[in-house]
Ligand binder design. Structure first.
Ligand code: HEC
Length: 306
């Protein structure tokens, strides 16, 4: 027994004198612990990396209403004529350019007009060939004027007549753009197809939805009180179930009848207009199952309340 302890003591002494052995004995232990921690981490990686804070999305949705626009007739243009810069077109272009464009693009077309200060991107310098977004061809300048350049101070000039847009494009190309590139026939055909140039256009008037709503509301306002009163009377009448059976929306039905009051002077006519407009006028398909007697009751009910 004693010998055994002696032996161990000797061994320990031996090991102490050789640090490499200690390292050799301890190293596998740390290696295994390290690997276990690593495995644990990898097995939980999905949990650890899951986002707690939802990503922030910038609200880039801009809700814009329709623009107020008058109806207009856009006269047709003859592309094979208007593609040539005539003195008449050039002088028309000059007048338009000086009053509409020079404030940003400068009298000399090199940009830097009085209204250009601080604009980013800066108004295009027409005399430099680099960096055009659409380009300096006749058709490309036309597209710029029609659509504007989104995200810049270059707004759309679509209210100008086609001839005026061509006049401007010719003026810029002739006076400012060095060696302006020519349009191919297919460039011009595409322009014609996109904007209906040789056919001309009838553009209908348009008003913003918000204004349309108020107009419709005002038009109906005068009837609204009548409809409300009629609805209350029906609620307290004996035939209120008959009315609710044949209507999807009692208010809409009464509004329809109030507006068409002059057409329901006879039961015959009442029947006709209710049936002809069923599903759009607040009445539903049950109307087709009414007996003659029920029709008469319905008619009496309606005429007694409106
Ligand atoms: C309020 C300042 C302003 C006015 C006024 C203005 N523009 Fe511009 N225009 C710009 C800016 C800014 C750009 C540069 C847009 C860009 O590069 O994104 C530009 C670019 C252009 C381009 C180059 C488009 C391209 O392909 O890169 C043309 C052509 C042009 N304008 C024509 C006109 C004409 C013609 C008028 C007058 C009817 C006019 N602009 C009036 C600010 C203006």
């Amino acid at each position: 027994m004693k010998e055994f302890f002696e032996q161990i003591k000797e061994k320990v002494e031996e090991i102490k004198n050789r640090p490499g052995t200690i390292f050799g004995l301890v190293f596998p232990y740390f290696l295994i612990v390290g690997i276990l921690i690593g495995l644990y981490f990898v097995s939980k990686i999905e949990f650890l990396s899951r986002q707690k804070v939802p990503p922030v999305l910038r609200d880039t949705v801009v809700v814009a209403d329709l623009q107020m626009r008058e109806a207009k007739t856009v006269p047709p243009v003859n592309l094979s004529e208007i593609k040539n810069a005539t003195p008449q077109l050039l002088s028309e272009g000059e007048t338009l350019y000086k009053s509409n464009c020079a404030s940003c693009h400068g009298e000399t077309g090199a940009g830097g007009g009085p209204a250009s200060a601080g604009l980013n991107p800066a108004p295009r310098n027409f005399t430099s060939p680099d960096g055009w977004k659409n380009g300096p061809k006749l058709s490309q300048i036309y597209i710029t004027l029609q659509e504007g350049i989104p995200g810049s101070a270059m707004v759309s000039y679509d209210y100008l007549l086609p001839e005026q847009k061509f006049a401007l494009a010719h003026y810029i190309r002739t006076n400012f753009v060095p060696n302006p590139p020519e349009d191919s026939q297919s460039d011009l055909d595409a322009l014609d197809a996109t904007y209906n140039l040789s056919a001309g256009q009838q553009i209908p008037a348009q008003i913003p939805v918000a204004i349309a709503k108020t107009v419709i509301f005002r038009e109906n306002e005068q009837y609204l009180a009548k409809v409300e009163a009629a609805l209350t009377k029906i609620e307290s009448s004996a035939n209120k179930n008959l009315f609710s059976k044949v209507t999807n929306n009692g208010k809409v039905a009464l509004m329809f009848l109030v507006k068409n009051f002059s057409n329901i002077e006879s039961e015959q006519n009442f029947k006709k207009i209710v049936i002809n407009n069923v599903n759009q006028n607040g009445f539903n398909g049950n109307i087709f199952n009414l007996s003659e007697q029920e029709w008469t009751e319905l008619y009496k009910l309606i005429t007694s309340v409106i």
